[in-house]
Design a protein around this ligand. Structure first.
Ligand code: SF4
Ligand code: SF4
Length: 408
């Protein structure tokens, strides 16, 4: 049974939605949306659900994850209800609801907490870098400034990372179950009876479609570039390739994934004392990814400051924080990399830069489950689950079953 939540509109506004009570359901937004489909119509339907307070029904919908906030719907809305901003707010709301600790809600509603958390992470790293490690009477290593045992800071870091990892994993599992909807899935299995081979094939196919198509090639997002002319025919927008919204989004995603992979590879396989050449594969990957990240975030920041295009005109604090953090991490990472190749670098300068780079990077990773970054994990999971269910539904019933129902 769907519960009606009369305060839902007020709640969703805290995440960046505008006055959706202004919407009179004309349907313009759905008509112009390049990504809305028959089996997943939005944003009009989603706004209607919000207006009547069907919060749970909304959260179960895949549609919010199908939208890439191209802003076309907001441009055509005759009531300035900003349907694009509503869809974006809905995703943030879903991220917050997925978090079992409630910390995500706090971060979205009280964004200054991000800053306090960043200061905390910076302090922990500063202790690591600058604290003088000495041994106390019990032969225990302590940081001399505050008499904090060295192992305590180390353990604290591991505990924080473990909690963050657990929260993200819990969110991913909950999202997977929510979108697969076991109650709906069991009857499909009973009816279609897919064999193991078919099931494995479908799992691989959908994982590829989402992994490659959605997360790396952004095939659906590329669909936002098409515009309908007066005759209703689709044509490409006139924006240059390097400025296309999907490409900018892709450069940020490629940059982020690339830098993350390069850091993990470095950590696993590289001796920190050895200076590797620029063409060392993880270093090369990191350099290229850094260029992508700096390019994408810089252009989007400028576009958001100018705020001429609808897509970039409504920026919440959470959007700014996320974007600026990525830009800053990319830039400081790049400067650090250049420093490595300079002949004479004062170790203290390198340490300070390292601190300024690592603290926000760690903050971003530790808060992955609680901030806008979570969409990177949730969007593919939801689309994977729904596509898989769709494929299962489209399976032909096994011949044995058909025979049985004929006899009946
Ligand atoms: S959001 Fe605007 S365009 Fe969409 S249905 Fe409502 S009034 Fe119409
Ligand atoms: S922002 Fe773009 S993709 Fe999202 S609902 Fe509006 S038109 Fe569709």
């Amino acid at each position: 049974m769907n519960k009606v939540n009369t305060d839902f509109i007020k709640e969703i506004q805290k995440y960046g939605a505008f006055d959706i009570t202004a919407c009179f359901n004309c349907g313009n937004c759905t008509a112009v949306c390049p990504l809305s489909q028959e089996d997943g119509s939005f944003p009009r339907k989603m706004i209607r659900y919000a207006q009547i307070g069907l919060k749970d029904k909304l959260l179960d919908k895949k549609e919010m994850w199908m939208c890439y906030y191209c802003g076309k719907c907001s441009e055509t809305c005759p009531r300035q209800a900003e349907p694009g901003a509503f869809m974006s707010a809905l995703r943030k709301y879903a991220i917050a609801k997925q978090d079992i600790t409630g910390f995500s809600q706090l971060l979205f509603k009280m964004p200054w907490l991000n800053f306090i958390f960043l200061m905390f992470v910076a302090l922990v790293f500063a202790l690591f870098l600058y604290g003088v490690r000495v041994e106390n009477a019990e032969n225990e290593k302590i940081i001399e400034i505050f008499h904090i045992p060295y192992h305590l800071i180390h353990d604290m870091g591991i505990i924080i990372l473990a909690i963050a990892g657990f929260a993200l994993l819990a969110g991913i599992i909950m999202m997977l179950f929510r979108s697969l909807d076991i109650k709906e899935l069991i009857p499909i299995f009973k009816e279609k009876k897919p064999g193991v081979k078919t099931l494995i094939w479908l799992l691989i196919k959908e994982a590829w479609n989402v992994g490659w198509g959605e997360m790396l090639a952004f095939k659906r997002y590329q669909g936002c570039d098409a515009e309908e002319d007066t005759k209703g025919e689709k044509r490409e927008t006139k924006v240059g390739f390097l400025m296309k919204p999907w490409f900018l989004h892709a450069t940020i995603a490629w940059g982020f994934f690339g830098l993350f992979t390069a850091t993990v590879l470095d950590f696993l396989f590289k001796d920190p004392a050895i200076r590797v050449p620029l063409w060392y594969p993880p270093r090369l990957l990191g350099t290229i990814a850094g260029i992508f990240l700096i390019y994408g975030t810089s252009v989007v920041i400028v576009k958001r400051v100018i705020a001429k295009e609808k897509k970039y005109s409504n920026t919440t604090f959470a959007d700014w924080w996320f974007l600026l953090a990525l830009w800053y991490i990319g830039l400081t990472g790049f400067i650090l990399e250049i420093l490595v190749y300079l002949p004479e670098v004062d170790p203290k300068t390198a340490d300070i830069l390292f601190l300024f780079h690592v603290a926000p990077a760690m903050e971003l990773i530790v808060l992955a489950a609680y901030t806008k970054l979570a969409h990177v994990f949730y969007r593919p999971i939801v689309l994977f689950s729904y596509n898989l269910k769709k494929q299962l539904l489209n399976l032909k019933t096994s011949p044995r079953e058909e025979k049985q129902s004929d006899n009946e």
